[in-house]
Design a protein around this ligand. Structure first.
Ligand code: PMT
Length: 432
């Protein structure tokens, strides 16, 4: 698809630099000639050798290092680029280019190119929202530079917000679109479509840029993550849930003013800001905590991947290996969501359905058998959906059987859509 196209990739010094490796790899697989320029700082995050090996081209960092080609490197790369992609674009490099500063190989080459330049910013959300950074972005946009809108989501610094680098496939698609001549319709629009999908507005901010406090006074209980079911002191049964979906819901609800209780299985992500977290391990522990706290909630969202079975017997000592086969007898765990379905009263009760086949049939069965008001069905076999990913692709099935299909979007935006629906259901229940 990108045969005979030259993509110059500028990598800046941010934690998201590791994602640029995947971007380069994908561009290369599409047939592009990829040339990487790194800033000094970028080379502290990812070794230049990594990019060199994947791109099959030398990586340039220093303006004054011994030339590997006879020509003037920054001029030759600037001229041969069909498109110039800066990924991740830091506040520093955006600021330098906006201010006309060209003091290293990357910024010099950007200045010297006539190719379309696409910035994919990634930084802490406070930095991204900083007025100076936003002004620099506007300056560059009005000068014809293109921008891929960052995603909202969990950041490396442990907070949620806008500033995450979009997924590599989104960035590569933007490059493909630019090369296909679609840059006039603005990459910002393209990536917004990917990020927001269809349907209701899930943006957190009102016209003044303040976060809508439309969940103030509401109590939201969320389950998230996997459960782990011990076999012996060193082994357990679990699943691939990372907790990202449930944590995004909890974080989004808290940002909208809700009082949020997150009951979480063991995960490796930090607890969201302004959310009370109760950590549990097993399904039985999650059941106990949900039963204790659900009476104090208005909205309950079950995003956890709870183990349906546990070991009938937990060995007190490590099971020793021998020549025999062994089997483990499993017994059923309590179905938390189902029991709550019978007790929910006028609370809003929302479930998830993680499926590998017959997505809608299975989701509808669960919606009915667990007495959910709504179920979020995700086909966990799809790329960019389900376990561990930062994005999800879901179908929202309502109690009346209507189905809303959302495109691929960040889990944070999926959370926004779910909470919008939850508020509508709550209003209907309360007759408002
Ligand atoms: O955590 P991530 O990596 O971000 O991945 C997100 C996710 C794929 C885990 C999430 O989107 C999801 O689909 N969660 C539900 C997974 C699941 O276990 O689905 P299920 O079809 O087995 O269960 C149906 C519903 O009943 C779920 O709401 C589940 O929380 C609930 N349940 C299931 C079994 C049980 N014993 N008790 C329950 O409450």
């Amino acid at each position: 698809m990108l045969q005979k196209k030259t993509v110059v990739v500028g990598v800046c010094g941010g934690i998201a630099a590791y994602k640029a490796v995947e971007v380069v790899s994908r561009l290369k697989k599409l047939g592009a000639d990829v040339n990487v320029i790194m800033t000094e700082n970028a080379s502290k995050f990812v070794a230049p050798l990594t990019f060199q090996t994947i791109s099959h081209n030398p990586v340039v960092i220093d303006m004054f290092e011994k030339p590997v080609r006879w020509d003037i490197e920054h001029i030759s790369l600037a001229q041969k680029a069909d498109v110039f992609l800066i990924v991740p674009a830091t506040a520093n490099v955006i600021g330098k280019v906006a201010g006309g500063i060209a003091d290293d190989m990357l910024t010099t080459t950007i200045m010297a190119t006539k190719a379309p330049v696409v910035f994919a910013p990634a930084m802490n959300h406070n930095m991204y929202e900083n007025v100076i950074v936003q002004k620099n972005i506007e300056t560059l946009k009005s000068a014809g530079y293109l921008f891929i809108e960052p995603d909202k989501g969990l950041m490396a610094c442990g907070t949620y917000g806008k500033g995450r680098l979009p997924e590599p496939e989104t960035i590569v698609q933007a490059v493909v679109d630019v090369l296909a001549g679609k840059q006039n319709i603005s990459i910002t629009e393209i990536s917004c479509n990917v990020a927001s999908g269809v349907g209701g507005k899930s943006d957190l901010s009102n016209a003044e840029g303040e976060i809508n406090q439309d969940m103030k006074g509401l109590r939201v209980l969320v389950t998230a993550g996997p459960t782990i079911e011990p076999i012996d002191p060193v082994r357990f049964i679990t699943n691939h849930s990372s907790g990202k979906m449930g944590y995004a819901i909890a974080s989004h609800a808290a940002a909208r003013g809700a009082d949020v209780l997150l009951i979480s299985g063991p995960v490796h992500i930090p607890g969201p800001e302004n959310v009370n977290v109760i950590n549990v391990n097993t399904a039985q522990e999650m059941y106990d905590k949900v039963m204790e706290y659900f009476p104090d909630s208005d909205i309950m969202i079950f995003a956890a991947a709870v183990a349906d079975y546990r070991c009938a017997e937990i060995h007190s000592n490590k099971i020793k290996k021998n020549d025999e086969e062994i089997s483990i007898r499993l017994v059923k765990n309590p179905d938390i969501a189902k029991e709550i379905g019978a007790l929910k009263g006028d609370r809003v009760h929302i479930g998830f359905s993680a499926e590998t086949e017959n997505l809608l049939d299975n989701a509808v069965k669960k919606l009915q058998s667990k007495n959910f008001d709504m179920i979020v069905a995700n086909d966990v076999t799809m790329e960019g959906a389900g376990f561990g990913t930062d994005t999800n692709i879901v179908k929202i099935v309502s109690g009346d059987g209507s189905i809303r299909e959302l495109g691929k979007m960040s889990k944070y935006d999926v959370a926004g859509e779910i909470l919008n629906e939850a508020l509508n259901i709550l209003k209907r229940k309360k007759g408002k």
